[in-house]
Design a protein around this ligand. Structure first.
Ligand SMILES: Nc1ncnc2c1ncn2[C@@H]1O[C@H](COP(=O)(O)OP(=O)(O)O)[C@@H](O)[C@H]1O
Ligand SMILES: [Mg+2]
Length: 284
């Protein structure tokens, strides 16, 4: 799915850090969700060839209980089962809240749980099925996937991060732009929540030194450190790959419109000769 289909796809991750208060169990930030929905609506309204594919994180609907019950490790003791069931249910609840707001904002959003198109084994995606996703994006629907507590064919269950779902989806839809909306201005040379001297990296290369020490908040998928691993892979599948602050109004809108906004642009590493790059260029 790319320019040969005449479509311009924006793949957007709405971080759990933007949509929820990560330290308060199941606290949904409805105001932020409504504002971001309108910023995205503007993108699809601009051209009949514009398409959106969305992923959201778990925030306090996912990470707090996933950590408490050690769900990333897979099934080890019976007491985890209740936690797994709760997180799955909470994630569907969060997804439903987001999809409802998108629909109310005029976006034809449909829930698209990761198990609809991915198989997970030992915490990793081992198989994907692009057919349904392509059909639904081609038709003009907006799939809304999410990081989730998933069935795992090796360890009974595991946690699949929204960032990992972004990678799988980027390989299927080859977006013109992939955007990560998070709660800081982009990727810094060190965690901006821990150091006042940290500097935003406007163009991030794999060779850049980035420290990703975590704060006390629970992010079972590794916070910015976990995200970094995926960013360079995603950059190979995307025309542009951008990390920005989804809590600041208009940053997403301006980026989707191709205008400058404070952010980090991920520069893909050049592939070694002989290795086929799947990156395609977008026009955004
Ligand atoms: N070098 C860094 N640059 C930016 N953020 C960082 C860095 N190191 C750690 N972080 C932390 O990563 C957090 C964002 O990651 P995360 O909480 O996983 O967001 P999301 O919910 O969007 O996935 C920030 O709030 C910040 O505290
Ligand atoms: Mg995260």
């Amino acid at each position: 799915m790319d320019e040969s289909h005449g479509l311009t796809v924006a793949l957007i991750k709405l971080g759990g850090s933007v949509l929820t208060n990560k330290s308060r169990l199941r606290s949904f930030s409805e105001t932020e969700a409504r504002r971001l929905a309108l910023e995205m609506k503007e993108f699809i309204s601009r051209s009949r060839y514009h398409r959106l594919v969305l992923v959201h994180g778990g925030g306090s609907f996912g990470h707090i209980r996933a950590k408490k019950y050690n769900l990333s490790a897979g099934l080890r003791e019976e007491s985890q089962l209740h936690g797994f069931a709760q997180v799955r249910n909470d994630m569907r609840d969060l997804n439903s809240k987001i999809v409802s707001i998108l629909i109310e904002s005029g976006i034809p959003a449909i829930s698209f749980p990761p198990e609809t198109f991915l198989r997970v084994h030992g915490g990793r995606v081992i198989k994907s099925e692009a057919g349904l996703l392509e059909k639904c994006v081609g038709a003009g629907l907006v799939p809304v996937s999410f990081g989730d507590a998933v069935i795992d064919t090796r360890q009974s269950f595991s946690i699949l991060s929204g960032d990992a779902v972004m990678l799988s989806m980027s390989s299927m839809v080859h977006p013109s732009i992939s955007v990560f909306c998070t709660d800081v201005d982009g990727v810094f040379d060190s965690n901006p929540r821990l150091s006042a001297n940290s500097r935003l990296i406007p163009r991030l290369r794999e060779s850049d030194r980035v420290s990703t020490d975590a704060t006390g908040t629970d992010d079972v998928t590794g916070g910015m450190g976990g995200k970094l691993k995926f960013l360079f892979e995603i950059a190979h599948n995307s025309g542009r790959t951008v990390v920005l602050n989804g809590l600041v109004p208009l940053r997403l809108r301006e980026t989707l419109a191709g205008r400058d906004a404070t952010s980090t642009e991920v520069v893909p590493t050049r592939r070694r000769p002989g290795k086929k790059a799947s990156r395609r260029s977008g026009y955004i």
